[in-house]
Design a protein around this ligand. Structure first.
Ligand code: SF4
Ligand code: SF4
Length: 666
C-alpha cells in the first residue's frame, strides 16, 4: 500500500461518515411527517422516473435551460464512472475500468466530450443567472452564493478530471491506455504537457487526482446544506409522486378518526413525509413561480417560496423535536402565520401550473390546501367573504343564496326528465351550480341539453336532488363540508345506479371523475367537449358550411387541460366550424394561464396586485379574435368580467363551445 492510499483511507472514511450523518439527520426529519402510503404502481413509478428524472421531460419543456440541465445531468451520470474510478484508485492506485473493454472506450470518449459540454453549460448557467439575470433565477444572497459554490465546484470537478487524464496521457508518452479514447484530454495533454518529463507528468496527475477527489468530497458534503440536496432526493421524489388516473385528486382526510387532533397542516410535522421530501427536492429553479398566476399578478404567493419555507421550518424545528426540547421560542412559532402568511395561502387558484412545471415533481397544491384545511377546520380563520359561501353550501347546496328547489328551473318547457321521474336514461347530465343558477351559464346548459336532444341522447338530470359537487368547499379547506356534499351526492347517484355522467363544468368533472371514487362513487365521467366531439365524429350532429370568416381563441380551463388532459377536443370542435379561424393565445394548452377563479378564488376578493382575469383577457384581446371560446362556467364569468374591465364587451364575446356548435348546426 502506498502513502497515498494510507492518507486517502481516513479522508474517505471521514467524508462518507459526515455524509451518512447528514443523510440520517434528514431522514429522521422526514419521519416526523405524517405517514402516507406511496407504494404500489411500481412499474408506472419506474416509467415516471425514466421519463421525468432521466429523460428530464419537464425541464425540456423550456428548451434552452432544459438542454443545459440535461447536459449537466447526463454529464454527471457519465462522470460517476470517473468518480468511482478515482475513488477505487484511492485504495488501489492504477485501477481502471479498462477491463470493460469497448464499453470503457465508449465511457471514456463520452466523458471527454461531455466534459466540454458541461463546462460550456456551467458558463451558460452562470451567464443566465448573473449576467442576463433571468427573472425566475433571481433570489436572495444565500441562493446566489449557493449557485456560485455549486457551479464553481462542478467546474473544478470537470477541470480536475480533464487535468488527471491529460497528465496521464503525457506520462504514457501520448500513447492511449488500453481501450481508452479521450480526444479532448489528448488535445489538452499535447497543448500543455508536451514538454514535461514523465516524473513531472505523474506529479501533475497526483495533484489533479487529489484536487478532484477532495472536490468530490466537499461537493457531496455541501449538498445537504444547500438547495442542491435535490441531487440526492429528486429521483426518489419523482418515484414517490402521485400517480394513476386520479393523481391530481386531493387526498381525503379521515374525519371519523377519533384519535386525530389535527386536521390539515399548521406546521411542518402535520405535512406528510412526501410533502417534506418535496421541500428537500426543490432546486429553487423558479419554474413554478414563473408559471403561477398569483405570482405573475403581484400577489405575495410564490409556490417556490412555499417549498423553501417548508424546508426552512423543517430544518429549524425538527432537531428540537428530535431532542424533545419543550421550551424554545422556535417552538412557539408555526409554519403558517410566521413563515407562510394567510394571504399567500388564500391566493392560490389551484391551477396546477406549479405542479405541472416542477421538474422534481413537487406537489405544491396538496401542501397549500392542507394549510387551508388547518385554517378552516382548526382555527376557523378564513376571509370574511367565505362565510356566506359556506353557509349557502350547507343550506342551499350551492354557493349562492338560490334555493335548491329552483335547481331545475332552467329546464322548464324543454322536456328534460329527472331521474326521479324516469331513471332509465343512458347518461346523467350533471348540471352543476353555475349551470343551474347562473343566468349566463343557464344558456350553456340549455344549449348542451338541446344538442343532446338533437343527437337523440336519452339523458336525465337529478334536478332538485343534485347538490354542489364539493370542489369549492374542498379547495377552500372546508373538508368537512366538502365530504358531506360528496357523500350525499354519491348516495343519490348510487341509488339511481348511475354509470355514466356528462357535465359542462370542469370542476364538477374533475371532482366526479377523480375524487368521488374516494367516497364510493365510481362513474364514467365525460366532459361536454368530449361528448360533442364524439357526436360530430359520429355524424350525430352536423355543422353547416356557410363560412363565418371570424377569429376565435380558446381559453383552456385549468381543470380541463392541465388536470385532465382535455386539450385537443375543444380545439377540434372549433376547427370544424366553417370559416372560423382558431388563433392561439401566447400561453395555451397545458401552459394556459388561469382565469383566476379556481380553488374557490371565484368567491374571494382580489385586492392584491393586478387582476388575474384581466391579465388573461388582455392576452385574449391581443389575438384580435372576435370570440373567446370557453368550456367552463368560472372561466366564462372571469373572461366576461375581464372584457368589461378592458371596455371590450361590445367587440368581443365569450361563448361556450356548446353554444358555438348549436349556432352552427345544419
Ligand atoms: S396552483 Fe397555480 S395559483 Fe396555486 S401556487 Fe400553483 S401555480 Fe400558483
Ligand atoms: S418547487 Fe419545483 S419548480 Fe418550484 S422552484 Fe422548486 S424545483 Fe423549481
Amino acid at each position: 500500500m502506498e502513502i497515498k492510499n494510507l492518507v486517502f483511507i481516513p479522508v474517505f472514511a471521514a467524508a462518507f461518515a459526515f455524509l451518512f450523518y447528514n443523510l440520517k439527520r434528514k431522514y429522521d426529519y422526514l419521519k416526523l411527517g405524517v405517514k402516507e402510503d406511496r407504494s404500489g404502481n411500481v412499474s408506472e413509478r419506474y416509467d415516471n422516473v425514466l421519463r421525468v428524472a432521466f429523460g428530464q421531460s419537464k425541464l425540456l419543456r423550456e428548451s434552452s435551460a432544459g438542454l443545459i440541465h440535461f447536459m449537466i445531468f447526463w454529464g454527471f451520470m457519465i462522470f460517476l464512472f470517473a468518480v468511482a474510478e478515482s475513488l477505487v484508485q484511492g485504495f488501489y492506485s492504477g485501477f481502471t475500468f479498462s477491463f470493460l473493454g469497448p464499453v470503457f472506450t465508449l465511457i471514456t470518449f463520452t466523458q471527454d466530450l461531455l466534459a466540454v459540454f458541461v463546462f460550456i453549460a456551467v458558463l451558460y448557467a452562470l451567464n443566465r443567472r448573473f449576467i442576463i439575470k433571468v427573472a425566475r433565477l433571481q433570489g436572495d444572497s444565500k441562493e446566489k452564493s449557493d449557485a456560485i459554490i455549486i457551479l464553481g465546484l462542478i467546474l473544478v470537478v470537470v477541470i480536475t478530471m480533464l487535468g488527471q487524464n491529460s497528465a496521464l496521457i503525457a506520462w504514457n508518452n501520448f500513447v492511449p491506455g488500453a481501450y481508452e479514447a479521450r480526444p479532448v484530454s489528448d488535445f489538452l495533454a499535447r497543448l500543455f504537457f508536451s514538454s514535461v518529463n514523465r516524473d513531472t507528468a505523474l506529479g501533475i496527475y497526483e495533484i489533479f487526482w487529489w484536487l478532484h477527489i477532495l472536490t468530490i468530497f466537499i461537493f457531496m458534503n455541501y449538498l445537504p446544506y444547500s438547495k442542491h440536496f435535490h441531487v440526492f432526493t429528486s429521483i426518489p421524489n419523482v418515484y414517490f409522486t402521485k400517480l394513476g388516473k386520479n393523481k391530481y385528486a386531493l387526498k381525503k382526510i379521515d374525519l371519523e378518526d377519533e384519535n386525530s387532533e389535527q386536521f390539515g397542516a399548521a406546521d411542518f410535522e402535520h405535512l406528510s413525509w412526501k410533502q417534506i421530501l418535496d421541500s428537500y427536492s426543490c432546486t429553487e429553479c423558479g419554474r413554478c413561480t414563473a408559471a403561477c398566476p398569483a405570482a405573475n399578478t403581484g400577489k405575495a404567493l410564490s409556490p417556490k417560496r412555499i417549498m423553501e419555507m417548508i424546508r426552512y421550518r423543517t430544518e429549524e424545528k425538527a432537531p428540537l423535536m428530535l431532542k424533545k426540547v419543550e421550551n424554545n421560542e422556535v417552538l412557539e412559532k408555526t409554519l403558517i402565520h410566521n413563515y407562510i402568511t394567510d394571504e399567500e395561502i388564500w391566493a392560490c387558484t389551484t391551477c396546477n401550473a406549479c405542479v405541472y412545471e416542477c421538474p422534481v415533481a413537487n406537489e405544491h397544491i396538496d401542501s397549500i390546501v392542507d394549510m387551508r384545511r388547518n385554517l378552516v377546520l382548526m382555527e376557523s380563520s378564513f376571509p370574511a367573504e367565505l362565510n356566506p359561501v359556506f353557509k349557502n353550501l350547507e343550506t342551499n347546496f350551492n354557493p349562492w343564496a338560490f334555493t335548491s328547489q329552483d335547481r331545475a328551473n332552467w329546464a322548464e318547457g324543454m322536456g328534460v326528465k329527472t331521474m326521479a321521474e324516469d331513471p332509465e336514461g343512458e347518461i346523467l347530465f350533471w348540471v352543476g351550480c353555475a349551470g343551474s343558477f347562473d343566468a349566463r351559464y343557464q344558456k350553456v346548459t340549455k344549449a348542451l341539453a338541446k344538442l343532446m336532444q338533437i343527437a337523440n341522447i336519452n339523458f336525465r338530470i337529478l334536478g332538485n336532488e343534485e347538490k354542489c359537487n364539493g370542489d369549492t368547499a374542498r379547495r377552500l379547506g372546508n373538508e368537512y363540508l366538502a365530504q358531506s356534499l360528496m357523500q350525499e351526492n354519491v348516495e343519490i347517484l348510487n341509488n339511481y345506479n348511475v354509470k355514466k355522467i356528462v357535465t359542462a363544468c370542469p370542476h364538477c368533472f374533475h371532482s366526479l371523475k377523480n375524487e368521488y371514487p374516494q367516497f364510493g362513487g365510481n362513474f364514467e365521467v365525460i366532459h361536454h367537449t368530449e361528448l360533442i366531439a364524439g357526436l360530430l365524429n359520429d355524424g350525430k350532429i352536423r355543422m353547416h358550411n356557410a363560412p363565418l370568416n371570424e377569429k376565435v381563441t380558446y381559453h383552456d380551463s385549468c381543470y380541463l387541460g392541465r388536470y385532465n388532459g382535455i386539450i385537443e377536443e375543444p380545439r377540434s370542435i372549433l376547427e370544424r366550424v366553417n370559416g372560423l379561424e382558431l388563433v392561439e393565445m401566447e400561453r395555451n394548452k397545458d401552459k394556459g394561464f388561469c382565469c383566476g377563479a379556481g380553488g374557490g378564488r371565484m368567491f374571494l376578493e382580489e385586492t392584491e396586485g393586478t387582476r388575474i382575469n384581466v391579465n388573461r383577457t388582455e392576452e385574449a384581446v391581443k389575438t384580435e379574435a372576435s370570440t373567446i371560446a370557453s368550456a367552463c362556467p368560472f372561466c366564462m364569468t372571469m373572461m366576461t368580467d375581464g372584457l368589461k374591465t378592458l371596455d371590450k364587451s361590445d367587440s368581443i364575446e365569450v361563448k361556450d363551445i356548446a353554444e358555438i356548435v348549436l349556432e352552427n348546426l345544419i
